[in-house]
Design a protein around this ligand. Structure first.
Ligand SMILES: [Zn+2]
Length: 466
């Protein structure tokens, strides 16, 4: 009996999550995400599977983020015929994210085809391929053990990262228990459950995205948001919030609802201007099983919708979106894309960036070479739709909203495992500094053995930890 494990992505990097567990010849893929970052190397990596998709018996999806899910349609196109196991909420959100990715790829290809000398990549998959892929999903709720093969069982535990996210408990042959984190979340985040601890394990494959960082406490998020709103309203300005359509937008709406109920912010109009955010919020509304007790107490028992209230408006068509520009009173505009690279947020920034009464509130990570990053760095002039604009609005950054565990959260998670039984922790999903930092910390707290997983290297796990 041999259990082998290999990472094809997100080993010594943070995107392209893709790991294979081979249990006595039964191959199971855990996540199949896209490589992101610089276009040409990522596009090339996305097109190649370093294994034969037809040989993979089943796949498990830990959560819907693109870097974990968005090569699944391509996997099916390349011959994968098995089941894709996920929680119901993960399936629904993944459907939305995969469809959006198909759309973005299509737009990118059209745009590049007009640019002289650009390397054009055909979209990896289209919307039909997404629908095909969704037909392969089998959904299982948290805590319900299911069998992938005669000898391999799996149970989803709540990862507390985004709606539907899970950590896997894998019951392997020979009584070997392996835990597998997709992305781990934080305690105290709004809406979704806190991360659930796993039972005693022999091996734990753990993400370490923030293995060398600490986040600001989540409890400060609501207060900082209220401060920014009051300050902007007092100046007679507008608050522009670029936010990812999934999770971050719903977190902000949820907090705004609480702040309004508690009369901590003035009653101003709030516009959520993003069709995808509207669709994502509809999925959040349906999956109440993923909410924590606090949401039930604050909203559900009183029959209140956490994502709907009197002065909150979702705009789904372009005309409604344009009308927001004509609104002259102080207001809040939440729009995507999160990094200000495309979408309706660009129109709102263009119309509001030169007015010093306004505030641009940054609530998410801004990668290098994005307009979002240029705003964070407060460049005096930025280009939007090719035109220069003076940055006169205030830029305020809130670092409290991360959905990822920091190193203290990961240490706390591991501390709740049985360290006597735990033979080894394998670290994935991190840059080198984060991985090495996490390794040192875990060894320091008494974990017997920690290995940073190398890409494409085969690891054999047994009961004797050889
Ligand atoms: Zn994630």
């Amino acid at each position: 009996m041999e259990i082998k494990f290999k990472s094809f992505g997100a080993a010594r990097e943070v995107t392209g999550s893709c790991h294979m567990l081979d249990c006595d010849g039964h191959k199971v893929l855990i996540d199949c995400g896209m490589f992101q970052g610089k276009r040409i190397p990522s596009e090339e990596k996305n097109r190649i599977f370093q294994f034969d998709p037809a040989e993979v018996e089943s796949a498990i999806l830990t959560h819907a983020h693109c870097d974990h899910s968005c090569r699944l349609p391509y996997l099916v196109m390349k011959g994968f015929r098995g089941n894709i196991y996920a929680t119901p909420a993960t399936r629904d959100i993944a459907g939305l994210i995969m469809a959006d990715t198909a759309h973005i790829q299509q737009k990118d290809a059209e745009w590049l085809s007009k640019k002289k000398g650009a390397t054009i990549f055909d979209p990896l998959f289209g919307i039909k391929d997404v629908l095909n892929c969704l037909n392969s999903f089998v959904t299982i709720s948290y805590g319900r053990k299911f069998h992938i093969s005669d000898s391999l069982g799996c149970t989803f535990y709540n990862a507390g990262h985004i709606l539907g996210s899970s950590t896997l408990l894998l019951d392997c042959p020979g009584n070997i228990r392996i835990g597998f984190s997709g992305d781990l979340g934080r305690h105290g985040t709004p809406i979704i459950h806190d991360p659930e601890y796993l039972p005693p394990l022999d091996y734990f494959v753990c993400e370490a995205t923030y293995g060398d960082k600490l986040h600001d406490p989540i409890e400060d998020a609501c207060r900082q948001l209220a401060d920014a709103i009051r300050e902007t309203v007092n100046k007679g300005g507008k608050l522009i919030i670029p936010a990812f359509a999934v999770e971050r937008t719903q977190d902000i709406i949820y907090y705004l609802h609480l702040l309004l109920d508690q009369r901590k912010i003035p009653k101003i109009e709030i516009f959520v201007d993003s069709p995808m955010a509207f669709n994502a919020t509809s999925i959040f509304r349906v999956h109440q099983e993923c909410y924590d007790e606090k949401v039930h107490e604050q909203f559900i028992v009183q029959n209140k919708n956490p994502f709907g209230f009197e002065n909150l408006h979702y705009t789904t068509n372009v005309n409604e979106s344009k009308k927001i520009n004509e609104y002259k009173e102080p207001c809040i505009i939440i729009s995507s894309s999160g990094m200000c690279e495309a979408g309706r947020i660009l129109h709102h920034l263009r119309n509001n960036i030169e007015d010093p009464r306004n505030t641009i509130l940054i609530v998410g990570y801004m990668a290098e070479d994005t307009l979002g990053r240029r705003l964070v760095e407060r460049e005096p002039e930025v280009k939007i739709f090719g035109q220069p604009y003076k940055l006169r609005a205030k830029v305020k950054i809130l670092n409290t909203f991360s959905a990822h565990a920091d190193y203290k959260d990961i240490m706390d998670f591991v501390a709740h495992l049985d360290l006597e039984r735990l033979k080894r922790v394998y670290l994935i999903h991190g840059e080198d500094d984060a991985l090495e930092g996490m390794k040192t910390r875990l060894l320091g707290m008494g974990v017997k053995d920690v290995q940073v997983v190398e890409p494409m290297k085969e690891y054999i796990v047994t009961n004797s930890a050889s």
